[in-house]
Design a protein around this ligand. Structure first.
Ligand SMILES: Nc1ncnc2c1ncn2[C@@H]1O[C@H](COP(=O)(O)OP(=O)(O)O)[C@@H](O)[C@H]1O
Ligand SMILES: [Mg+2]
Length: 395
């Protein structure tokens, strides 16, 4: 056996990157989470070649000061938690302080940022983990992060990237899910200069459903709410039993607004739809669990997509009850579509289709943009009805 040594920083960073960053979509996820944590009301994602050539995420959030922007590139540098105890009360999407250095370790990363109240912005460039330039530069308030040369220094990972349409569809999926859980934030996603998806940020989750799946689907969604007062609240939308898909990929689950994978909610849905849908068909669903952060552990996996609940049963029961109630009342109520849906934009390129589910719970906060208005690259875009893959329906 050789001697034990502490790994060099660049090796450690690459190992961490292996856990957090495995494809363009995981980079988009981390960058958008940072934008949301920064309080952005507008988040724009621009991609080239499915993100393989370029990913740019621009927000109008709080921005960073020079020292913070440089420090943020260090591992375990975070403004979001301070002490181990904070891990038990996480209210932000990020907390591990690993995303930026991990991404920077396997790409060329540029940050252009301007903090609130600052006269000028700053630009920092990191190439393969080393800061190569940091200078003052004019910038609107907020932050823009651009990632290029992805995995140029990790050929093994580069090999595993899928074709552009596949990588793109993962990102479309993801951005739609963010838009569902943050209806008060205006999201835009473009690919090779073409608009792919946009949400209004109106605060009304049904507008996001319309933008993502079209009015037809939005009309078939039933509101779900287990009610206030209990330690666990489950809200959201589920589809009428006549509207199903052949996979679960149109089911989205969020815990305290964080997109998660959890078998508990999957099982609750299966149970609620028993007898309503045939085997092999799955309802569309978008469920939001609100629970005291102290009883949920999100520090289970580096991607923060897995969670553990202290009271799994309560979560299961609340979801089951809420879904059953919605289904039982299904013939009584049709959800009213929000007004002015025609403002939603949905443009899809051939072969791309978002595979996701519906909307979230009411959100606090207003959608009013703050700070510098970003130029609107989508202005004048032709609006048309979405063509999302709608399984045959009818009741
Ligand atoms: N878009 C952004 N706007 C403002 N601050 C940001 C942004 N992205 C990153 N930061 C700052 O950089 C820090 C490090 O980010 P990251 O590596 O993703 O770790 P984490 O999100 O876990 O704190 C964050 O804590 C935050 O202070
Ligand atoms: Mg982060």
């Amino acid at each position: 056996m050789a001697k034990v040594v502490v790994l060099e920083k660049d090796v450690a960073d690459k190992i961490a990157a292996g856990e957090v960053v495995d494809r363009p979509a995981s980079i988009v996820k981390e960058l958008v989470e940072n934008s949301l944590d920064a309080g952005a009301t507008r988040v724009e994602v621009e991609l080239e070649e499915g993100g393989r050539r370029r990913i740019t995420v621009t927000d109008n959030g709080c921005g960073m000061m020079l020292e913070d922007a440089v420090l943020a590139l260090e591992r375990h540098a975070t403004s979001k938690i301070r002490a181990a105890d904070d891990l038990y009360a996480i209210r932000t999407l990020g907390f591990r302080g690993e995303a930026l250095p991990s991404i920077a370790a396997v790409s060329t990363l540029r940050i252009l940022t301007c903090a609130e109240g600052e006269e000028t912005g700053i630009a920092v460039t990191v190439e393969r983990g080393e800061v190569s330039a940091a200078e003052q530069r004019g910038a609107p308030r907020g932050t823009q992060v651009t990632v290029t040369e992805l995995f140029a220094n990790v050929p093994a990972r580069l090999k595993f990237l899928k074709a552009v349409p596949t990588e793109l569809s993962h990102i479309v999926d993801l951005v739609i899910r963010f838009a569902l859980s943050y209806p008060d934030v205006a999201f835009r996603l473009s690919h090779n200069g073409r608009a792919v998806f946009a949400s209004q940020g109106s605060g009304d989750p049904l507008n996001t459903v319309v933008a993502a799946y079209g009015r037809e689907v939005a009309r078939e969604m039933l509101p779900v709410d287990s009610g206030e007062g209990a330690p666990v609240r489950v809200q959201g939308y589920i589809s009428r039993p006549a509207v199903t898909r052949t996979s679960r990929s149109y089911q989205s689950f969020f815990v305290n607004r964080r997109l998660v994978r959890t078998p508990i909610l999957t099982r609750a849905l299966d149970e609620a739809y028993k007898g309503y849908v045939p085997a092999g068909r799955f309802p569309i669903a978008c469920l939001f669990v609100t629970v005291d952060p102290a009883v949920v552990d999100v520090n289970v996996h580096p991607t923060k997509m897995e969670v553990r609940f202290a009271a799994e049963r309560d979560v299961f029961q609340a979801a089951l009850r809420a879904a059953r109630q919605a289904l039982a009342g299904a013939n009584l109520a049709m959800p009213a579509l929000p007004p002015r849906v025609e403002q939603s934009i949905q443009v899809q390129t051939a072969g791309e289709r978002p595979a996701v589910a519906p909307p979230p719970a009411p959100s606090a906060g207003s959608g009013a943009p703050v700070g510098e208005a970003l130029e609107d690259p989508f202005a004048g875009l032709v609006v048309r009805e979405p063509v999302a893959d709608l399984a045959p329906k009818g009741k």
